[in-house]
Write a protein that binds this ligand. Structure first.
Ligand code: GGG
Length: 351
């Protein structure tokens, strides 16, 4: 029996509603496989935890998480309790940084039954490789003066090492998919970091002569994501550009509620973390309409990471079938509740 120890952090808002659904699906997969076990340990680290403890996770939280095979996270953020930059930096970004989860992989593809009845993955099937450790997500800077004179200074960090490893990852991925890499830049407007980014991309292109390359300014790229997503395969982007592009990617699939993500520790020293692209969505909490597909597809990415690709493929096929059937939540045009969607996915897995 192969056992995977998984730390579950439902977090805030709908994270608490969708994580248990994905856990339910994974337990069903255990039954089908027969030789696989998922042991979940749940941690209540969230904005509510902050109310009681004045921190998003305990001092030894990272030490505790270190021992797990993976971290399965829901959503972070409840600005009524904790300012968003505190909750994100103390929990989500804290884990990404300290566990050297330097790459964030975020796929987006067409599903039959969403954009059109005829859609299929050939229509578009892309992966954004987001640099996940530096860039515009930086604590370097500060504020000076007060009132009308107040000034905020925010520095972005682009290291050769960080930029190269994100690009290497993207090139290797594109090579395995037999397609091209598009670099998201803005070197006409951002004076230092983006020309540097372009230079690294140019150097890496020379190391991968078989991979087709292109670079596009982020504004034009964002527009093309909407109008011709089928023209992309692997996109490499900085931390902020990648975050924004992948919300657009989710929107062109049909809803941010279905998009998955994986924060990968590429050196194998620490656990990787799997979390959907969506946030805590306070406006729909408690209504039973949160889309569980983002979290369940995220579970598929975790299965793939474990090397359980047969099970991962089976799970994705079940998601495809459920979307095709139209047993979906309101955000993608259905009437089903969160639980009903999961029940249908479980039925499809068993078929
Ligand atoms: N599902 C994780 C989550 O809560 N994401 C909200 C968010 O704003 N994340 C920012 C980021 O991915 O950098």
């Amino acid at each position: 029996m192969k056992t995977y120890e998984i730390a579950a952090i439902p977090g805030d808002g709908i994270g608490k509603e969708v994580v248990p659904e994905a856990v339910r699906v994974l337990h069903e997969m255990e039954k089908i496989h027969g030789d696989l076990k998922f042991e979940f340990t749940e941690f209540p680290w969230s904005s509510e935890y902050y109310l009681e403890h004045e921190q998003m996770m305990p001092d030894d939280g990272l030490e505790t998480l270190k021992t797990f095979d993976a971290i399965f996270l829901g959503a972070v953020g409840n600005p009524e309790i904790v300012p968003d930059h505190i909750s994100l930096w103390e929990l989500l970004i804290n884990i990404r940084r300290n566990f050297e989860q330097v790459i964030n992989i975020r796929p987006a593809r067409a599903f039959q039954g969403l954009r059109s009845k005829l859609a299929n993955p050939e229509d578009f099937d892309l992966i954004v490789v987001r640099e996940n450790s530096e860039g515009e997500y930086s604590e370097v800077g500060g504020t000076i003066y007060q009132g009308e004179e107040k000034i905020a200074i925010q520095n972005a960090i682009f290291s050769r090492k960080g930029t190269e490893r994100a690009m290497h990852y993207a090139f290797e991925l594109a090579k395995s998919r037999g397609k091209k890499v598009t670099s998201a830049t803005k070197s006409n407007g951002i004076y230092h970091s983006m020309p540097f980014w372009d230079g690294v991309f140019h150097d890496l292109s020379n190391q991968y002569p078989d991979v087709e390359t292109e670079q596009m300014h982020i504004d034009a790229l964002a527009a093309s994501f909407v109008t011709k997503p089928e023209s992309f395969d692997t996109i490499v982007a900085s931390n902020l550009f990648g975050d924004i592009l992948t919300d657009i990617g989710a929107a062109i699939m049909g809803s941010v509620g279905i998009a998955p993500a994986a924060n990968i520790n590429i050196n194998g020293k620490y656990p990787s973390m799997f979390e959907p692209v969506h946030g805590s969505a306070p406006d729909i909490v408690g209504k039973g309409i949160a889309n569980p597909i983002g979290q369940i597809w995220t579970a598929k990415m975790m299965l793939d990471h474990f090397g359980e690709t047969d099970m991962g493929d089976r799970l994705l096929s079940a998601i495809e079938a459920v979307i095709r059937k139209g047993v979906v939540t309101t955000d993608i045009g259905g009437k089903a509740t969160t639980t009903e969607v999961t029940d249908e996915i479980i039925r499809q897995i068993a078929e």
